[in-house]
Design a protein around this ligand. Sequence first.
Ligand SMILES: [Zn+2]
Length: 302
Amino acid sequence: MKNQTRPFLPSLIIILSFTGIACSTVPYTGRSRMNIMGKDTENQMGFQAYQEVLGAEKIVQSGSSAEMVKRVASRIAAAADRDAQQRGEPLGFDWQVSLIESSQVNAWCLPGGKMGVYSGILSVAKSEAGLAVVMAHEVGHAVARHGGERMTQQLGAQIALGLADLGLSKTDQTTHDTVMAALGTGSQVAVLLPFSRAHESEADHIGILLMAEAGYDPREAPKLWERMVQLGGDQPPALLSTHPSHETRIQQLNGWVPEAMKVYNPNSTASATVNKAQPGLAPPAVPKVQGQPQNVQPKPKK
Ligand SMILES: [Zn+2]
């Protein structure tokens, strides 16, 4: 049975050695984080994932909802860009947003500033400020580079598991399976899950500040998440799956409202460029017509 403890030592060493690499602090909250991913790598992954989504989903190209989504995105992006400039750490994001026609109650912002909003969320958002709560939360994840941090964690867990596998290769299969299961579960629950919740809280915190700076009333934030939970029932929306408990969340958001009110600028008109035309990424300007080829090229602007 002593064999079972041996693999934990190299695993621990590997995990600890990660702490010496790429340690930095998260903007807004000052939390220390570990991220071995390069910004460019993260952004490239975000770009690729975004292109895949664009290819697979039906994108709402025009109309008041698409306009609203774009407006909220550009105002929040402007706030995030301005803060980053002031910190002397420009984000270097190429902001993109798409409204995806889907009943899903979901939204995301990939590394590098690629946003997706599912039309199913609009009825829960109820207003532009409600939508801003969700989108600012998602932008919060991207600004804090939670994607890279999570990949770093998963990489660490995988290396640890790989080493454990090596150390156990001479023990019998049952012991091997048991320990691997324990270690796998252990790293999932002990490392990944609480971190994930910490990320959600952090995105809430950054989000409420960003929306306020962008000119949206931060007092809408607790209200939006209240509505989201009420909607949930037995099957909460995907957006809530890894979030802190409802009570904790509302309590935290209410606690951050005074801080957000200090940066709330109801007259803000700043907006960043989103959906800058890019080769291969520009959505077709002509609505899709059934029976027609799908890859209609946009007409050049005169
Ligand atoms: Zn989130």
